[in-house]
Every structure is written in structure tokens, then in C-alpha cells.
Design a protein around this ligand. Sequence first.
Ligand code: B12
Length: 261
Amino acid sequence: MLDLKSVNFDRVLRRYDIQMESKESPEELAARMVPKDPYLRKVVEDVVFMRSKNITENVASALKNYTPEEVIEHGLIKGMDVVGELYGRGIYYLPHVMVAAEVMDKGVKLCESQMKGARETRGKVVMHVAEGDPHDIGKNIAAVLLKSNGYTVVDMGRDVSIQDVITTVENEKPAILTGTALMTTTMSAFPKISERLRERGINIPFICAGGAVNRAFVESYPIGVFAAKAIQGPALANKTMEGYDWRRLRENWDKLTAAKE
Ligand code: B12
């Protein structure tokens, strides 16, 4: 009978085609993308190597040295960036991505429990992921950061139809709407939402994010304001509450997001 303990799965599962085609080995990739700090490094590695049992302990250790926002930004999100890169290169498959996302979520929940939310709400934000799009990890992180900065979040979840977004904005009357799209097939919902809101005289900033969109695309339709990172959400929201409209947010975008790059 085959003795499983003697099998080296690293060799069995090695994809030589990918290894030959990649300019960089996974080890080199990890060295480039994983932070040097030992606490953050452990958090990143737990996400990348899907260590569900370790994540709580390692996030708790990192939280002794860093703020919850820093652990999310430089640990948990960084880990997911590495997973995305491995997936893009065909080294990881969808099940790896799903398990890594669960590990990350466990870490985000622990960080969230340590964040201080303001007692009074600074304003209401309606958040959604575009119709047909299941990618809600970034939106969930952005929601945590907005909540911890004192905003009331109406989270519509993922795969939200354009009509539901319009109805919710009409009913909830938020100061800001956000949309996330990671697929080129789903991002086209944003200009449609912009148009339908403006037909109704609604001109609130519509913060759009996700790997499928960039600043040029988001600024190609009225009310759209681009966000590259979740941490930029509170900065853009704070300025909105100070009275900046979508045009002024765009004009000052570089300055507003500079410290958050
Ligand atoms: C995780 C993942 C999944 C998970 C999603 C789990 C979940 N609950 O989200 C699962 C496994 C379900 C999945 C499925 C699929 N996926 Co997928 N997936 C990914 C992956 C690897 C990582 C995405 C991610 O979570 N990144 C980390 C988060 C933190 O990043 P983010 O969402 O962009 O958020 C950041 C910013 O955008 C911003 N942000 C986001 N929202 C907001 C909101 C506000 C207000 C603010 C301020 C900021 C902000 O802040 C975050 C960082 O700070 C990417 C590859 C990649 N490199 O991106 C592919 C990727 C997005 N997937 C892809 C595809 C094709 C699919 C599938 C169609 C695959 C398939 N063949 O079945 C299916 C979808 C099927 C369906 N329609 O239901 C493609 C999309 C290609 C395209 N251009 O259209 C990608 C790019 C992979 C690839 N290279 O091909 N996927």
C-alpha cells in the first residue's frame, strides 16, 4: 500500500509548465510581496497558506503592535493580494481562493471587534457589489473601515440589481453611494446607475472601486468618484460630510487619497 507520509506533495503538485513560463518563482513572489515585519508577515502567510487555526492568534499578536486598520491594510489585504497573484498565474485554483478568503474574513472580524466606532453617526452610506458580481471581499473591508469611522452603513451585499440600488438610494437617502466591480462584465452597471440617479435629481457622490475599474473609467460618467483602496473610503466620506460634492472630490482626489496610497 502507498505510504502517504512518504509522498512529497510539493513535487507531485508542482506545475512545471507554470514554473517554466513564470519569470518569478512563488518564493520570489512571496519575498517581494510579503512584509518584513514579523507580526504582519505571519498574518500575510496565514492568509496565503490558508492557516485557519493560526489566524486568530497571529492577528491578536499583530494588534498589540499595530492598529486594526493597519493589520487589515498591511496584513490581511496584502495576503489576499498574494493569493490573487497566485490565482492569476494559475498556481492557485478557486478552492484555494475561497478558503483563503474565509481565513481573511476571520482576521477582519477580529480587527473589527477592536475598532472604536463613533457614537453618533457622521452620515449614511449605501454600499453594494455590482449585478452579476460575487466579489465582495473588498466591499466588506471598506464597510468595516467606514463603520469604524462613524458612518452608518446600509450594506446591500453582492450581485445587486441596478433597480434595487436606485430604490434603496431613494428610500434611505444616503450621503454617499458606493459600488464595487471586479469583473469587466459587471462594471457597466455603474454608468447606468449614475444616469438613473441623475434622472431622479440625485447627485450624491458615487464611490466606485474594484479591480475592474480605474479612475478614468469612473470619471467618464457624472457623480462617479474612484477609490483604489478601502482605506480611502473614510477620507472621501469625511470630505463629503464637509460639503464637497462629486466634482470637488474629483478635483482634490490626488490630495485626498495621497496619504492613503
Ligand atoms: C477572491 C476571488 C474570487 C472569489 C470571490 C469571493 C468573495 N466573496 O469575494 C470566488 C472564488 C467566489 C471567485 C469567483 C469567480 N471569479 Co474571482 N477572483 C478572486 C480574486 C483572486 C481576488 C479578488 C479579491 O478579493 N481581492 C482582494 C480584495 C481586497 O480586493 P478588491 O475587492 O479589489 O478591493 C480593494 C479595492 O478595490 C478597494 N475597494 C473595493 N470595494 C470598495 C468599496 C469602497 C467604498 C472603497 C472605498 C474601496 C473599495 O479596496 C480593496 C483594497 O483596499 C481575483 C483576482 C485578483 N487579483 O483580483 C479574481 C477575479 C476577480 N475573478 C475572476 C473571475 C473570472 C471569477 C469567476 C467568473 C471564475 C469562474 N471561472 O468561475 C468566478 C465568478 C463567478 C460568478 N459570476 O459568480 C477574474 C475577473 C476577470 C475580469 N476582468 O472580469 C479575476 C480578476 C481573476 C482573473 N485574473 O481572471 N473569485
